[in-house]
Design a protein around this ligand. Structure first.
Ligand SMILES: C[S@@+](CC[C@H](N)C(=O)[O-])C[C@H]1O[C@@H](n2cnc3c(N)ncnc32)[C@H](O)[C@@H]1O
Length: 393
């Protein structure tokens, strides 16, 4: 979609075509029929742009929830946009830190920009891509939010007028997602320069701890049990070195290295039936805070290298999924199959950590039969394979 076509979508005629595309979509029309109907009212480019836009809005609901039908997207812009709840948390932190103004250096279609404006920050965004700039501007307007968006090179912007700089470098190249920080746009060398002031930079969750500059806080964020990103907080916004923030249905919880007694203070011990096993959230694991979870549930590690915690006590914690250990099963496949057959287990959830098992393949090989349902944890304790039959809390 070029800029002129997108700008046309924002006109009254464009809005009408979008409304028609939406009603075709909800009546179940396929692309061919919809294209034909829409082309009776507009040029092929505009008809295609309207149909694509409606498809993107449907897809966007996983990231933007009920805002999605009011927003505009490009395919790549949507893919790169921050999820609404994650962006809202970040913007809320920026506001709580006391920032009143923020510059979004590479705002894309405005996922983070919307959240900043909603959090009450006075915000401006820049992006190199004129279509994304127009989309971000339209998105703020669609939600009745204030903010200035313009085409500019983030690396050349004077950031001094803003209390906080935010960046979310693109981690894709023509060849796909890139893990080399110098290939990000803008690159890591620029990121480190931004991090010399009060700033927040969204990065890949796989960022190595030793890459995080001294004095910068790294926060790993998960939503609904999946790690979505890490954010680096610098200058006066950095409060700790490592933080895990878990966003769930019940709200948000955060754990930091201040909650962590450290590996030396946490034992390892064997598991027994009746114990409770805890599987820490991915953000906790990435943040290196598994021992903080162990301390929180008055537990120990099953193995010092593996992120499972065992405790005599049942706790409800947002930082881990809990299970009651029912019994230990044989780890060898043949005996495991026999044990599961004996118990009439026909449906099996397989959890694994530290073992080379592909759950789908193992499930197929086990040839399960029966009406029973169970969860099995496969892991390694002191180098030995271990299978545990567990029940989720
Ligand atoms: C990951 S996306 C940002 C997504 C955004 N945070 C959101 O939630 O929608 C990164 C953006 O940075 C932009 N970009 C890359 N290099 C840039 C530069 N030097 N100046 C301005 N924008 C840049 C890209 O065009 C892209 O839109």
């Amino acid at each position: 979609m070029d800029l002129a076509t997108f700008e046309w979508l924002l006109t009254e005629d464009g809005a009408q075509l979008l409304a028609e595309a939406a009603s075709l979509q909800s009546s179940g029309a396929d692309a061919l029929a919809a294209g034909e109907a829409l082309r009776r009212r507009a040029t092929p480019e505009r008809a295609a742009a309207a149909w694509t836009q409606i498809g993107l809005r449907a897809k966007a609901s996983t990231k933007f929830g009920d805002l999605a039908p009011r927003l505009f997207f490009t395919p790549d812009g949507l893919e790169q946009a921050t999820r609404r709840r994650v962006a809202a948390h970040r913007a809320g932190r920026a506001a709580a830190f006391g920032a009143r103004t923020v510059i979004d250096l590479g705002c894309g279609i405005g996922g983070d920009l919307i959240a900043s404006a909603e959090a009450g920050l006075i915000c401006a965004g820049v992006d190199l891509d004129p279509v994304r700039v127009a989309v971000a501007r339209a998105n703020l307007a669609a939600l009745g939010l204030a903010g200035a968006v313009q085409v500019a090179d983030a690396t050349e912007i004077d950031r001094r007028a803003f209390e906080l700089a935010f960046a979310d470098p693109a981690r894709r190249t023509g060849a796909g997602r890139t893990f080399r920080v110098e290939d990000w746009t803008p690159p890591w060398s620029w990121v480190t320069e931004v991090l010399t002031g009060d700033a927040c930079v969204k990065v890949a969750p796989g960022i190595p701890h030793d890459l995080v500059p001294r004095g910068v806080e790294a926060e790993w964020v998960s939503e609904a049990g999946e790690v979505k990103e890490a954010a680096l907080w610098s200058g006066r916004t950095a409060t700790v070195a490592r933080r895990a923030t878990v966003i769930g249905t019940g709200g948000l919880a955060t754990l930091t290295e201040d909650d962590d007694p450290g590996p030396a203070a946490v034992d390892t011990r064997a598991v027994a039936p009746g114990d409770h096993l805890y599987e820490p959230d991915g953000a906790v694991i990435r943040a290196g805070l598994v021992t903080a979870v162990a301390a929180g549930v008055e537990g120990a590690l099953l193995d010092e290298k593996i992120a499972y915690v065992v405790s005599e006590r049942a706790f409800v914690t947002p930082f881990a999924r809990g299970y009651r250990v029912v019994e230990q099963l044989p780890f060898r496949e043949k005996q495991l199959r026999a044990a599961l057959r004996e118990r009439g287990i026909g449906r099996l959830t397989i959890k694994k950590r530290g073992v080379e098992v592909v759950p789908e393949e193992l499930r197929r090989r086990l040839g399960l039969r029966g009406d029973g349902e169970a969860t099995v944890v496969l892991t390694r304790v002191g180098g030995d394979g271990t299978a545990l039959l567990v029940e989720p809390h």
